[in-house]
Ligand binder design. Structure first.
Ligand code: NAD
Ligand code: 9W4
Length: 475
């Protein structure tokens, strides 16, 4: 399809049907269209997005488009694109899309370049990033342009360690000689970036700390209405979703171990209690452990429950939580899954290399590993995020909260591109906007907010219209 690079335009109608369903579940985005659409507040903006090309992201894209922006979009993960979502956006012309499920790394970086390459060799004027790859391409591109200007040659991409780096620099090596000032022009044109996740935000703070951030950045990840929704409510919904789709196991009456009792662990434990399980928690942090006790949960060491628990879920964001040695001691057909960090909470590699282990794929993303003694364990999503591998990630309503933050952040960056309000630093959205995101999601749930009297507002020292909490309030 002219100007797009997607898998199959024939999936567009299916995508459109799912987008229309998702819109009803994304009231915050629909409210933004109502409020900011008439004024075309993003008119003139060129937005590049590097964020999972899913049905929910399609609703974000069409919201930004309806606010007047011109968009080009790629995914931030080689597997996360839903091809029917990409096709629907391409067919509607809401954005030019450069993404398909199952990209290789060379394609991934070529597609990221395409998303950054507007007509007439222009770059974006605002950026939506998830994990920081688009930001990195721009910053590394500007760095390599200076090298090229001085030496009239560029380093060999093969010098880099990872396949990721090799492929990123291969794109830069090809494109810089064609237009040796592109990336510096892009930086000059950019009003800023709004970053979706912890990883990307961490990278931005590191760059800013070195004084090397050349445009403003808004940390969407740490909006309460983003992180609590992603971490607590998103996982509370999608953990059982993934387990049910993968195993059809009856959770009620079973012993479930949740490793980690942070935001994700709290959501997961609550879901498992709701399913009628007996829930055990492992923790390193005494405060989180005490919180688990206050919920009536048993705080244990993993080693103490290996032989009796039925389901083990890691949520720690740490590595080496469940090792092959642990799984060798588990009861027959114990279920093991991860919903925390990418793929190193569970020792999947060690399990695959256990002497005389037998691996049988029950169905995609569900494997049974049988030990020499005949007992086996059921591994979900190869130890990767089971809510993505075995289900469809977070539900639309959860993403509506995240993406309404993204939309408000894009408006902030664009409308303040010439006001000097934002310096080349990393900002969180003001609490008023965080509260606004929450407000935009109440009506569809039938919630009725109470309004403070002036006297009450003065009594608790807050404005009648908010913000209602101070910056370090723990929701
Ligand atoms: N799958 C998803 O959709 C999804 C969504 C949001 C977050 N996450 C990921 O989940 C992870 C956790 O996120 P979070 O917001 O809950 O973080 P968090 O820091 O709030 O919680 C992690 C908890 O694990 C505990 N922990 C660390 N090491 C441990 C160990 N060895 N044993 C037991 N407990 C240990 C910590 O004390 C902490 O309480 C992160 O990697 C995050 O990126 C995944
Ligand atoms: O990462 C995401 N998705 C994803 C899907 C499949 C997949 N398959 C993989 N592999 C690994 C190697 O072996 C083959 C299989 S990795 C992988 C990743 C992802 C994250 C957040 C949102 C945010 N989100 C929602 O949750 C809902 N809408 C959203 O935009 C989406 C996808």
């Amino acid at each position: 399809w002219e100007g797009n690079r997607i898998k199959d335009i024939n999936e567009a109608d299916f995508g459109r049907k799912e987008i229309e369903i998702a819109e009803v579940e994304m009231p915050g985005l629909m409210a933004c269209r109502e409020e900011f659409g008439p004024s075309q507040i993003l008119k003139g903006a060129r937005i590049t997005g590097s964020l999972h090309m899913t049905i929910q992201t399609a609703v974000l894209i069409e919201t930004l488009h309806k606010l007047g922006a011109d968009l080009r979009w790629c995914s931030c993960n080689i597997f996360s694109t839903q091809d029917h979502a990409a096709a629907a956006i391409a067919k509607a012309g809401s954005a030019k899309v450069f993404a398909w499920k199952g990209e290789n790394l060379q394609e991934y970086w070529e597609l990221t370049f395409e998303a950054l390459n507007f007509p007439n060799n222009q770059g974006p004027t605002i950026l939506v990033d998830d994990g920081g790859d688009a930001t990195m391409m721009i910053l590394e591109g500007a760095k390599w342009e200076k090298i090229y200007e001085e030496r009239k040659e560029l380093p060999d991409p093969a010098r880099y360690e990872t396949e990721d780096e090799k492929n990123l620099y291969a794109v830069l090596k090809r494109t810089i000689p064609e237009d040796p000032t592109r990336w510096r022009r892009c930086i000059k044109d950019l009003a800023g970036v709004s970053e979706e996740t912890t990883t990307g935000v961490h990278r931005l703070y590191q760059i800013a700390k070195k004084g090397e951030l050349p445009f403003p950045a808004i940390n969407v990840n740490d909006s309460v209405t983003k992180s609590k929704f992603d971490n607590v409510y998103g996982c509370r919904h999608s953990l059982p979703d993934g387990i049910f789709r993968a195993t059809d196991v009856m959770i009620a009456g079973k012993k479930v171990v949740i490793c980690g009792f942070g935001d994700v662990g709290k959501g997961c434990a609550e879901a498992m209690v709701g399913c009628g399980a007996r829930v055990y928690v492992t923790e390193i942090d005494p405060i989180c452990a005490l919180q688990a006790c206050m919920k009536g949960l048993q705080v244990v060491r993993l080693e103490s429950v290996l032989k009796e628990a039925d389901i083990f879920i890691t949520t720690t964001g740490n590595k080496n939580i469940i090792m092959a040695e642990h799984m060798a001691q588990m009861k027959n057909n114990a279920i093991v899954g991860n919903i925390g960090h990418f793929d190193n909470e569970i020792d999947y590699h060690g399990l695959c290399n256990w002497p005389e282990i037998k691996k049988v794929e029950i169905k995609p993303q569900v494997e049974r590993f049988q030990f020499p003694d005949g007992h086996g364990i059921i591994m979900l999503a190869q130890g990767r995020l089971l809510n993505l591998g075995c289900a469809t990630g977070h539900p639309s309503f959860v993403m509506s909260n995240s993406f309404t933050n993204q939309t408000l952040a894009q408006i902030e960056l664009w409308t303040n591109r010439n006001t000097g309000k934002y310096k080349n630093e990393v900002y969180k959205l003001p609490k008023e906007l965080d509260e606004k995101v929450a407000r935009l999601h109440l009506k569809s749930l039938g919630a009725e907010l109470t309004v403070l009297s002036k006297e009450q507002a003065d009594y608790i020292h807050v404005p009648v219209e908010g913000p209602y909490k101070n910056e370090d309030y723990k929701y």
